[in-house]
Design a protein. Sequence first.
Length: 217
Amino acid sequence: MGSPPSKARATDRRARVEEIRRQEQARERRNRVITITACTAVLVGLVGGGVYLVNAANDSGGGDDAKSAAAGSVSGEKTWSGLTQNHVDKTVEYPMSPPAGGDHSPVWQNCNGDVYDKPLANESAVHALEHGAVWVTYTGKATDADVKTLSARVSKTPYSLMSPYADQASPITLTAWGHQLGVTKADDPRVATFFDTYVQGDQTPEPGAPCTGGKAS
């Protein structure tokens, strides 16, 4: 007579065990879903943060290329550093032609968009470079059209000057303090880049110094 109740209890126990197992499996599934969701959220946050940082760096000029642009480099230019800045009353032998810096005359060449039709004294022109000017020079190999184009650019650009210069490798040369670029044509896009970069650029030893009141010829 006791057997049926015992079987009933066993059946109930199995049922409870199965129910507990189903509950545990359901809990494990919920936990997995929660874990996957949380990991996905973290991953999305990291990716989003990375995209934001990259975009922020691009917007602020970050990255090696932007640092190079901020330093003012122009493709194909030559550069010099550690140039001396002493005022001297003598002829200076410069290591580059035209000179891009070094000791110079106490009197600067006027560089307020001045276009000269005769060669200038190196020492006075270098002083203009010290004040942040760009000096455009040209040889007889430059075409009349290019000379006219460059003259027009210089004449409307404060802190620039222009003059003929026989002893240079390129038909047209642009020089700033410590920087120099040779080109063959006035329409070379680097001409505009050089002006934009170096007229009163970061290379200027004496930014804001005058380009008038100096030597006029």
